[in-house]
Design a protein around this ligand. Structure first.
Ligand SMILES: Cc1cc2nc3c(=O)[nH]c(=O)nc-3n(C[C@H](O)[C@H](O)[C@H](O)COP(=O)(O)OP(=O)(O)OC[C@H]3O[C@@H](n4cnc5c(N)ncnc54)[C@H](O)[C@@H]3O)c2cc1C
Length: 380
């Protein structure tokens, strides 16, 4: 990591070390079991909270552990080292659930809704997607009708990360007319009567994270849980996307990095036709291409992050970084499985999981195609 001193200094390295030790001690020994079980223990949130890990990158005034964008990046990279995108996504669902609260919430809402999540006592999730509205966020149909000091919410949310056991859902609802101007954000407690959750959805990857559909049936939510004003929801969602896309780019880069490392190791050890795989030029060149792609993507993502960090508008660039990182991780995980031959198809090899976990990264947080729509609008 010496090459990255320009982005990461002493504080970043200390945080990186803390998260690395936590991952080595608390996650890695159990991760295969949790993947097979389809979830990790709930008390992992509390342990990560007690170690200050959940609050990394969030202001101390809001109960966070502080730190800039690169502190958060270092933490995410180390968390990904656990080898399970599902654990990273599940523990990290607060990274999409909490930012709208901090961006739009009052001081009272921030102090009520954020610190228990950073301590790992409550689980936060984000509910935007619906069965009939994914990419087309402005078409959200879950309706919230104001009655006195409550909103009565009816509808449902689809594919929600940590949805099965979240305690609070930062949720996009329609309080007004058609289109983006009619959308608001409500924080809905999971113990509200009328709130129910499906069975955990069975997925291609991210096995250790719980993903669920959530239903609202005359769910009465106090008006104190409205974030910002009515109609500000779309703005809150879009603001969140920049952060989510950066995190997804980092996840893709780390997936590719780990796939490369596994492949380098395997290609040195595995022998065929009386020589190690590295004895074949085709394998060496494949590894060279993988390393080049990983390096280029990581550098580009860091550069975009640095610009976000100093407050520059990077909507186009972060869309490019997410897409590029996902193209790289698609290709590198594919090649990693290929280099591993039949063993690459077996569950005990990390590349098998990296290959599956990777697939969601170019769908979640805005698909490849939606990123291209954003980029093309900005360059044309
Ligand atoms: C494991 C997992 C976890 C998730 N976690 C969450 C979560 O925590 N919270 C949450 O709110 N959502 C979550 N999602 C939902 C995710 O964000 C959506 O799946 C994603 O935004 C795409 O929406 P969709 O599935 O409805 O696909 P659609 O929008 O129906 O898209 C289908 C296809 O059509 C393409 N398409 C759509 N519109 C256009 C267009 N204008 N131009 C070109 N192509 C287009 C898409 O790119 C895609 O290829 C999760 C999904 C998964 C699978």
């Amino acid at each position: 990591m010496d090459d990255y001193q320009k982005y990461f200094g002493e504080t970043h390295n200390m945080v990186r070390d803390t998260v690395r030790k936590f991952v080595e001690r608390e996650i890695k020994p159990h991760v295969d079991e949790w993947e097979e079980q389809g979830e990790f223990p709930r008390d992992l949130y509390a342990r990560a909270g007690a170690a200050g890990i959940l609050g990394i990158g969030y202001p101390e005034a809001c109960g966070g552990s502080g730190g800039d964008l690169f502190v958060k990046i270092a933490a995410t990279e180390e968390l990904m080292r656990c080898g399970s995108g599902g654990v990273a996504a599940g523990l990290g669902s607060l990274d999409i659930g909490i930012p709208p609260i901090l961006a739009l919430g009052t001081e009272e809402q921030k102090s009520r809704m954020a610190p228990p999540v950073f301590r790992g006592e409550r689980i936060s999730a984000l509910g935007i997607t619906e069965p009939d509205a994914g990419s087309d966020v402005a078409n959200v149909r879950t309706r919230a009708v104001r009655k006195d000091d409550h909103y009565v919410v009816n509808g449902s949310k689809m594919f929600i990360t940590s949805g099965a056991r979240a305690d609070q859902l930062t949720c996009a609802v329609r309080t007004g007319g058609e289109g983006y101007g009619g959308i608001s954000l409500l924080v809905i407690d999971a113990d509200t009567p009328g709130y129910s959750v499906s069975e955990k959805l069975k997925k291609m990857g991210w096995w250790a994270s719980d993903t669920a559909q959530i239903f609202f049936d005359d769910c009465r939510v106090p008006v104190e849980n409205l974030l910002g004003d009515e109609g500000q929801g779309f703005y809150g969602i879009m603001k969140n996307f920049q952060n989510e896309r950066l995190q997804l780019a980092i996840m893709a880069n780390m997936t590719a990095q780990m796939a490369l490392e596994e492949s380098l190791r395997y290609a040195r050890e595995r022998r065929a036709f009386n020589r190690p795989l590295t004895g074949f030029q085709v394998t060496r060149h494949k590894l060279a291409d993988m390393a080049t792609r990983v390096e280029a993507s990581r550098e580009f993502t860091y550069r975009v992050a640095a610009r976000i960090g100093v407050g520059e508008n990077q909507v186009k660039e972060i869309s490019m970084a997410k897409n590029f990182a996902c193209l790289v991780s698609d290709r590198v995980t594919y090649d990693a499985v290929q280099i591993h031959g039949g063993f690459g198809y077996m569950r005990e090899y990390l590349v098998e999981r990296l290959y599956r976990d990777n697939r969601i990264l170019s769908i979640g947080g805005g698909t490849q195609e939606i990123m291209k729509e954003i980029i093309s609008k900005m360059i044309l």
